[in-house]
Design a protein around this ligand. Structure first.
Ligand SMILES: Nc1ncnc2c1ncn2[C@@H]1O[C@H](COP(=O)(O)OP(=O)(O)OP(=O)(O)O)[C@@H](O)[C@H]1O
Ligand SMILES: [Mg+2]
Length: 380
């Protein structure tokens, strides 16, 4: 079993834990997990793949047969004492890549842990990774296509989130909901999750895909990888062959694209990724010079329970990097949002109890990529 990797370079200072998440099925989560692992391994990094999907596609894609394995992540997650057993379920698939395999039994976990406190059942993976010796440069967690217990475990364990986004109109619509969930969760777990979006399944021959890629870049700005994963049939073949594409077809577009993501990732540890502004990015906009300043916007409502703000200044992650104050004025509650922005022009929307809305007090708006209007903010 297994395949040969490149030179060994384990034992970096930090183990970067990245959850590959999108509730949408078939957008390239598993393909990204396995082939990014392959590309990082080819660059000499040591990678652990954690397969949190009961479908066990990542396990299959590295050439393992889940039914033939005696142990899998279930033993690690099912009770608190399992945390120390992660080491014993990990399988070495090459010099540089190990995997903590999945199995269909993981689908029973949600039911099994139903009566436990939310915190207790969602911190299992995190606790298990904490107990691992620092052997890995990267831990890549492949998540199932839903945001249930297994994905929550992955998000709690991770400090970074990679969202593969199929380059299609409907995919953009769903991802805003996901970003909101991630934002709510990072409030709850008390650590910031650095989210980045990777356009996948890109067919550059169609004008529609090119337009959609432009929309994705406009919407997510620097939170979107510069790299794009093109449609490449070799990626499917590599999965069937049980190898990452870096070994199956190293000169194929799929291998080149994932190699490019690996380089970008290595060049940008999470602390360096901070939402910059439109103004810094687009030279075509004439930008007034000046230091960042505090901008205050307000939203008043008599029925809303939770109001957040999301825009291109915070990667459309609701309330990320925003100071929020709530006050009552008569029957209304007023949410004050304090944004620290450099001069420039920004688009934003409010998220009111989960629903994305224009700013009712701002007459200036522009249609966003999903057709819904975004409010416009000028900072001078
Ligand atoms: N860039 C690509 N070019 C061609 N085929 C691809 C590409 N990316 C993914 N695929 C294929 O698309 C299918 C879905 O991809 P994948 O399994 O990675 O998605 P997923 O998000 O993990 O799906 P699920 O939500 O079911 O876990 C697979 O058959 C995969 O081989
Ligand atoms: Mg998958």
């Amino acid at each position: 079993m297994g395949f040969e990797g490149a030179e060994k370079r384990f034992g970096g200072d930090v183990m970067r834990v990245i959850a590959i998440v999108n509730q949408k099925g078939g957008c390239g989560k598993t393909t990204t997990t396995v082939n990014l692992a392959g590309a990082l391994a080819a660059d000499g990094y040591r990678v652990l793949i954690v397969d949190m999907d009961p479908q066990a596609h990542a396990t299959l894609a590295v050439g393992l047969e889940p039914d033939d394995l005696d142990v899998n992540l279930y033993e690690v997650l099912v009770d608190p004492s399992g945390a120390s057993r992660l080491d014993s379920v990990i399988i070495d698939v090459s010099d540089q890549i190990d995997i903590a395999p999945s199995s269909i039994v993981l689908s029973a976990l949600e039911q099994k842990l139903a009566t436990e406190r939310h915190d207790a059942r969602t911190e299992r993976l995190s606790a298990a990774l904490d107990k691992l010796p620092p052997l890995y440069d990267y831990v890549l967690i492949d998540c199932p296509p839903n945001v249930g217990l297994l994905t929550f475990n992955a998000l709690r364990a991770a400090s970074e989130v990679l969202v593969p986004l199929e380059t299609s109109f409907f995919a953009i619509d769903g991802v805003q909901k996901l970003l909101e969930t991630i934002s709510l969760l990072s409030d709850r777990i008390g650590h910031e999750l650095c989210v980045r979006v990777l356009p996948t399944l890109y067919d550059g021959r169609t004008r529609y895909a090119r337009q959609t890629l432009g929309d994705i870049r406009e919407l997510f700005k620097e939170l979107c990888f510069d790299s794009v994963i093109r449609l490449n049939v070799k990626l499917r073949e590599a999965a069937r062959a049980g190898l990452p594409i870096s070994l199956y077809a190293p000169t194929a577009n799929g291998a080149l694209d994932y190699a490019s993501v690996a380089l970008e990732l290595a060049a940008s540890p999470p602390a360096q990724i901070s939402p910059r502004t439109v103004a810094q990015q687009e030279e075509s906009i004439v930008v007034p010079e000046g230091p960042p300043r505090e901008v205050v916007v307000r939203f008043a409502d008599s029925v809303a329970g939770d109001v957040r703000i999301a825009g291109d200044f915070n990667g459309w992650v609701p309330d990320r990097g925003v100071r929020s104050l709530i006050a009552s004025e008569g029957l209304e509650r007023v949410w004050t949002k304090v944004l620290t922005l450099e001069p420039g022009t920004y688009q934003y929307r409010y998220v009111v109890d989960g629903e994305w809305r224009e700013d009712p007090t701002n007459p200036q708006s522009a249609p966003g990529p999903t057709g819904q209007p975004n409010s416009i903010l000028h900072v001078v």
